[in-house]
Write a protein that binds this ligand. Structure first.
Ligand code: NAI
Length: 242
């Protein structure tokens, strides 16, 4: 259980992030939901957590790609919720395109949000974790970062980068009682993937179906409580990347 803990989840207003927020709240954690623009959706997730599980929940607007905005937001979370023990770097975007057509802006936007955004969050939360003498960081990578994917060189690079980031952070902060792991989801049914019913890649999933956001949240709940696990990359992908 996560009673007495506070968890920060980026991109927590919908999809996989919202499922993780609700799962952690159901385990007794107070939650800070970081959202990019949709205040109504973020407030609705917070309300559901407070109403259903009686935990504290608050929403914070922040562009994770901005070092300074993240710094101010982590300070605001500390002021409102006291401290934080768990960070889930879930915010992510895609700007797919074949290499000859990919713009510099599309490459930079994906790296800035998915990889640098996670660094920004880790950078500014680490002070809280050091003071609390505990911390758990979970980075949401992707099977794209493990296998590569045509048309996603920017996204795959960002998600592979997250795995390197995860392992370095795990090694550096383990002596301080701070763990860092990654989850590599496969095809999960969310706004990001949309309707994939006719995608031929579905036939390559050994378990024969897309995953649900709640199934990724189960893995996050495991990593949040697995006190002897650090530097791991946990695939939640129906077997596609084995
Ligand atoms: P989604 O598009 O439904 O949610 C992403 C969230 O991140 C949104 O709430 C969005 O507002 C937020 N976000 C984007 N840029 C942001 C920024 N600069 N600052 C703050 N928040 C920002 O996507 P989904 O499917 O829930 O994905 C969540 C994570 O899981 C992403 O990192 C994605 O790459 C990863 N993932 C998803 C898979 C899938 O099949 N859905 C597969 C593998 C990984």
């Amino acid at each position: 259980m996560l009673n007495g803990k506070t968890a920060i989840v980026t991109g927590g207003s919908r999809g996989i992030g919202a499922a993780i927020v609700k799962k952690f709240a159901s385990m007794g954690a107070n939650v800070a939901v970081i959202y990019a623009g949709n205040k109504e959706a973020a407030d609705a997730v917070c309300e559901a957590c407070t109403h259903e599980y009686g935990v504290k929940a608050a929403a914070f607007q922040c562009n994770v790609a901005s070092f300074d905005e993240v710094k101010a937001t982590v300070a605001a979370i500390k002021a409102e919720l006291g401290t934080a023990h768990i960070l889930v770097n879930n915010a992510g975007i895609t700007r797919d395109g074949l290499i000859p057509m990919m713009s510099e802006a599309a490459f930079d936007a994906v790296l800035d949000t998915n990889l640098k955004g996670s660094f920004n969050m880790i950078r500014h939360c680490t002070g809280l974790f050091l003071r609390a003498k505990e911390g758990c960081i979970i980075n949401i990578s992707s099977v794209s970062g493990l296998m590569g994917n045509a048309g996603q060189c920017n996204y795959s690079a960002s998600k592979a980068g997250l795995i390197g980031l995860t392992k370095s952070v795990a090694k550096e902060l383990a002596p301080k009682g701070i763990r860092c792991n990654a989850i590599a989801p496969g095809f999960i049914r969310t706004d990001m993937t949309g309707s994939q019913e006719n995608n031929p890649l579905l036939t390559m999933i050994p378990l024969g179906r897309m995953g649900e956001a709640e199934e990724v949240a189960e893995a996050a709940a495991y990593l949040a409580t697995a006190n002897y696990v650090t530097g791991e990359v946990l695939r939640v992908d129906g077997g596609i990347a084995m």
